[in-house]
Design a binder for this molecule. Structure first.
Ligand SMILES: Nc1ncnc2c1ncn2[C@@H]1O[C@H](COP(=O)(O)OP(=O)(O)O)[C@@H](O)[C@H]1O
Ligand SMILES: NC(=O)OP(=O)(O)O
Length: 310
């Protein structure tokens, strides 16, 4: 009997926003992923990168400003760097967790590029926040460099960049080959490095793709049984942040579409997760998408927690 396939998307909370937080987060995340491997799932892991890509871009721009001969790095290169260092921590954390349980299984990170449409409207309207919160003065200095910032009420200012839709995962055959070989693969980090196809060349795009949308695309491409999106909350809720807030445990595709149309989900946070879930579940049979927290992940996979879209 063929094994069941899981695409697991890790959010900020289970990854951290800086190096020390990332180390601590991976120590909590790796045992849960190892549980799934031990239970017989074939696992592909994807992850966030907005804090990290902003940090890398800022650090390299700062370095270039003070050292002759260096130039700021394009956002696409910073995205690739974020995949590398997050993948490095995740693959080592998971490898040792599996080994400590007597399981030898290769865990590797695939540097993943994802094509985007050069005419995607998102390029004309940057909306994705990246990096740390800044003061007004720091934000003005960013704007003066040609970057864009936005005020996040109560938190400060953040850079914003375009978030085009993922079109195709360039390294999908490598990802499928590793899953077929029953190996754990970390891929499509930060939604994948956004690239534009120009003849036989792939050119990096100055953007950051929503990782949940790419996770949904990946889940469709590898014909996963379950797309599990781990985030900061146990359940998706209706009337989020109001006294009438209500946790959802099950949603049909039609329910989810109706809630999306009614504006129930925040554009920058919950909407891409629900959209990814709907697109994945509608594209095949006997599929489920689950949105929940790391703490509830195991129970959610057994149908006992989280928000399930099926
Ligand atoms: N309808 C909703 N139900 C639950 N959480 C919501 C909803 N709308 C917005 N949120 C917020 O979305 C957050 C998760 O999104 P985000 O921070 O972008 O996640 P991640 O980094 O995990 O991908 C939750 O912590 C919650 O504050
Ligand atoms: N690329 C991306 O969606 O990252 P975050 O989840 O950190 O916003």
């Amino acid at each position: 009997m063929s094994k069941k396939r899981l695409v697991l998307s890790l959010g900020h909370k289970d990854l951290g926003t800086n190096l020390p937080e990332q180390k601590a987060a991976v120590a909590k995340t790796a045992p849960i992923i190892a549980d799934f491997v031990e239970e017989g799932w074939q696992v592909a892991v994807t992850h966030s990168n907005a804090p990290q890509v902003g940090m890398i871009h800022g650090a390299l721009s700062e370095f270039a400003a003070h050292h002759e001969g260096y130039t700021p790095s394009p956002l696409s290169v910073c995205s690739a760097m974020s995949q590398g260092y997050i993948g490095y921590d995740l693959q080592n954390g998971l490898r040792s967790e599996l080994l400590s349980r007597g399981i030898y299984k290769c865990v590797s990170t695939i540097m993943t590029e994802v094509t985007v449409d050069p005419y995607d409207e998102a390029f004309y309207q940057p909306l994705k926040t990246i990096g740390r919160f800044m003061t007004k003065e720091e934000a003005e200095a960013e704007d003066a460099k040609g970057n864009h910032t936005v005020e996040i009420p109560g938190k400060g200012y953040q850079r914003i960049v375009p978030a085009p839709n993922p079109v195709a995962i360039v390294e999908i055959d490598a990802i499928k080959a590793l899953l077929d070989a029953d190996q754990v693969v970390i891929c499509c980090g930060g939604g994948g490095v956004p690239v534009l196809e120009q003849g036989t060349t792939l050119r990096g795009a100055s953007a950051v793709i929503e990782k949940d949308l790419t996770s949904g695309l990946l889940a469709r491409e590898v014909d996963a049984d379950v797309l599990l999106i781990l985030t900061a909350v146990d359940n998706v809720t209706l009337n989020f942040g109001t006294p009438a807030e209500e946790a959802i445990s099950e949603m049909s595709i039609d329910d989810a579409k109706a809630y999306m149309e009614a504006g129930q989900f925040e554009f920058k946070s919950m909407l891409p997760k629900v959209k990814a879930a709907v697109d994945f579940v509608s594209a095949g049979k006997n599929r489920a998408a689950i949105i929940t927290s790391l703490a509830k992940a195991g129970q959610a996979l057994r149908g006992k927690a989280g928000t399930r879209i099926s």
